[in-house]
Ligand binder design. Structure first.
Ligand code: MN
Length: 373
């Protein structure tokens, strides 16, 4: 039988779509395609894992009447065995996929919403055990993994203690928090012991998305499904970043570094309008706070963004032009996003090589205190 390229592709994709061959076959099919050459050390900075204790918390809570956007999201994780397997795995498939697509290092973090749905005691205990697991895993694979420590904002003073333990004793590389906690945002000074600890230890905080609080999430849900990663996550996390800026957090903590995924959760796109309207509002006496600088100056000095989930060169070029090459880091968002697309996107990025040295690994080494490779 004569087979043209189109027929071949149809028959091979039909074979793959049977699912019988699974991940290995898809990987083999990928390997047959020409892949852009790897040029740079690739440190991926928003790579999720789940600890066994976190999974058992959600397993037991999922069987109750507890309905909340993040609990419902976790119900879907628990019924997705391949995804759950990839979240928990730190020894096998994760490293194989990294090897296959030339990813040198995952900067690991406990997956969203981390420890933030538990009470203060439970959240603190879960953060402690997850940070211990992270430290042990990094000790086993020091060239493949770095890690961001969890903490429980439910109790800001104990959070500050765990931050100190995680950075000084466990030698973790930075911190992660998943946006709001119980609908509260960290421009509220009651959370500022967290920023005091982070700045004292020179530890950057990755503010990762979670779903909006339930009352706000309702307007995104329903038939249109605008909750989650299509719009809700970036609306929530971008809003949180704006609250930190306008709430004066960076006037009080001028050296604080916040990392935002997903190309800055839309904040870089709006910089001009944010500055313009902030000026209009303050001149009319409409803003409760008066911050010392233009909002965009804090974005450029106190924030870094990562490329997670946005494998799109026009957005990268825009952020490079507006924020500069020192403020962008590579990320995949494993296992929620595919490694191959992210690696190809980075390896073919149309930017100067010196800037790509920073974006692919140099900035991550600097911000997360990772040994140069
Ligand atoms: Mn993520």
């Amino acid at each position: 039988m004569k087979m043209n390229r189109r027929k071949f592709l149809e028959s091979s994709s039909a074979l793959l779509s049977t699912g019988a061959l699974g991940v290995a076959a898809k990987a083999a099919a990928g390997a047959a395609q020409p892949r852009p050459a790897k040029k740079y050390r690739l440190i991926a900075t928003e790579e999720a894992f789940a600890s066994p204790e976190q999974v058992s918390f959600f397993r037991s809570a999922a069987g109750t009447e507890w309905h909340d956007p993040d609990m419902n999201m976790w119900r879907s994780f628990l019924s997705n065995a391949p995804l759950l397997g990839r979240l928990v795995d730190l020894e096998h498939e994760r490293l194989a996929i990294m090897d296959q697509f030339g990813i040198d290092m995952h900067v690991l973090s406990l997956t969203s919403p981390g420890v933030q749905m538990l009470d203060a005691d439970g959240g603190t205990a879960l953060a402690t055990s997850a940070n211990d697991l992270l430290a042990e895993t990094i000790k086993k694979h020091p060239t493949r993994y770095a890690g961001l420590a969890s903490f429980a904002p439910q109790d800001p003073k104990r959070a500050a203690k765990e931050i100190e333990r995680a950075i000084t004793q466990l030698k973790l590389n930075g911190l992660i928090v998943n946006s709001h906690t119980n609908g509260e945002y960290y421009d509220d000074p009651k959370f500022w012991p967290i920023f005091e600890a982070a700045t004292a230890l020179n530890a950057a905080i990755y503010v990762h998305p979670r779903n909006l609080p339930e009352h706000a999430n309702d307007i995104l849900q329903g038939a249109l499904s605008l909750d989650g990663a299509i719009w809700g996550f970036q609306a929530e996390t971008g809003l949180h970043a704006m609250r930190l800026i306008v709430g004066g957090v960076f006037d009080r903590f001028p050296t604080l570094k916040i990392v935002l995924g997903h190309m800055g959760e839309a904040v870089p796109y709006w910089l001009y309008r944010i500055d313009y309207m902030y000026n209009v509002y303050t001149s009319r006496g409409r803003s409760a706070h008066k911050i010392r600088r233009k909002p965009s100056e804090y974005v450029k000095d106190n924030f870094l963004i990562t490329t997670s989930g946005v494998n799109f060169h026009p957005t990268l070029k825009y952020c490079h032009e507006v924020l500069g090459p020192d403020n962008i880091m590579f990320a995949i968002d494993y296992p929620y996003q595919e490694t191959e697309g992210a690696a190809n996107f980075m390896n073919t990025a149309p930017l100067p090589e010196a800037d790509l040295e920073k974006i692919t690994h140099g900035n991550a080494e600097r911000i997360f205190h990772i040994k140069a490779g």
